[in-house]
Design a binder for this molecule. Structure first.
Ligand code: ZN
Length: 202
């Protein structure tokens, strides 16, 4: 199982990090060891600036490569929310030097995935809305309609390079409002006002 992540898919988040708007999706991968166990995130020792990034997540339901966007819905099994934890201090250093991001993005426990909901292609005909509370204060709210590339277009691009396998997850990028967490914090994620997860930072 792998986790395929998309960077810079919301204009407002690109602006808050002063990044350039990409001409193609920015893709990176987290290994299966990045999954959070047990609804607990353990703050790593190598960073002093861990950020949350709430994202819509889609689970792959069948194997495929070179998938056309118009057939991409057939490859999605379910959807939910995820947090792409990022060691922002380390990422900034790596970006400055033009080096790969993996140490700051794909470390142990850097991917939290909520419980999932069944996916129907009609879901994307309306907006999918989601938000994150940090210690009960609203910090991020997003909508699928604000993505530069929707999940079907992302699947077309990703599957040119990486074969999708059953059980893989796709993180579709974060809206604005990312920020740091501290030990003792609580993150709560909501999909259409239904609370899908609570996650403790230890
Ligand atoms: Zn992200």
């Amino acid at each position: 199982m792998k986790i395929i992540c998309v960077g810079r898919n919301y204009v407002d988040h690109i602006k808050e990090l002063s990044n350039d708007r990409p001409t193609d999706p920015v893709i990176f991968i987290k290994p299966d060891t990045s999954l959070v166990d047990d609804s607990k995130f353990y703050y790593p020792t190598f960073s002093n600036d861990i950020h949350y990034e709430l994202e819509l997540v889609f689970k792959v339901g069948k194997v495929g490569k070179n998938i056309d966007a118009k057939f991409a819905h057939k490859y999605i099994d379910s959807y939910g929310l995820g947090i792409d934890f990022t060691a922002r201090d380390l990422q900034s250093k790596l970006k400055e030097k033009g080096l790969p991001w993996e140490k700051s993005k794909a470390f142990n426990g850097s991917a939290f995935i909520s419980q999932m909901r069944p996916f129907h292609s009609s879901l994307l005909e309306r907006d999918i809305n989601f938000h994150l509370n940090h210690n009960d204060i609203l910090v991020q709210s997003g909508s699928s309609s604000l993505m530069i590339w929707n999940v079907f277009e992302l699947i077309e691009d990703i599957s040119k390079y990486f074969t999708l396998k059953t059980g893989d997850y796709i993180f579709t990028g974060t809206p604005a409002g990312v920020g740091p967490v501290q030990r003792g914090d609580l993150l709560s994620g909501f999909l259409e006002n239904e609370k899908l997860f609570e996650l403790n930072i230890l």
